[in-house]
Design a protein. Structure first.
Length: 130
């Protein structure tokens, strides 16, 4: 419907229509997630429906607690690789003592973006259990 509305403009109209469609999909998805979360949290317990938190806690344990070993291993290996690669270059500059700080900042900046992705994944799982 949006494409036909902006279609009279031409190719740029179709691009603008795609932007509006994507924006609408994101906003409507956020609305439905918020509505379902509020409904399952506040309305269903008042109506006497059974609590659905048990599968949520099971999933959190499976994904979070039981995956710490692989997360630690991958983080350690990324740090080792960064240390080896940066130590060679920093030794040529005479700044070998900054390897630890460099690895810490690099891992924080690179892996910090994963937190955003994890938030989207958890939001998707919230829809499943409601």
């Amino acid at each position: 419907m949006v494409r036909t509305f902006f279609g009279f403009i031409g190719r740029r109209g179709f691009k603008l229509a795609d932007v509006f469609e994507n924006f609408y999909k994101e906003i409507s998805g956020l609305y439905y997630l918020t509505r379902a979360t509020l409904y399952c949290t506040f309305i269903e317990p008042l109506r006497g429906k059974p609590n659905k938190w048990r599968p949520v806690w099971t999933q959190m344990e499976e994904v979070g607690v039981k995956s710490t070993t692989i997360v630690f291993l991958v983080s350690f290996l990324i740090g080792v690789i960064l240390a080896f690669q940066s130590a060679h270059q920093l030794s040529r500059l005479g700044a070998l003592e900054f390897v630890g700080a460099l690895v810490g900042v690099a891992i924080l900046r690179e892996l910090g973006a994963l937190d955003d992705g994890a938030g989207h994944v958890w939001a998707g799982w919230g829809r499943v259990y409601c």
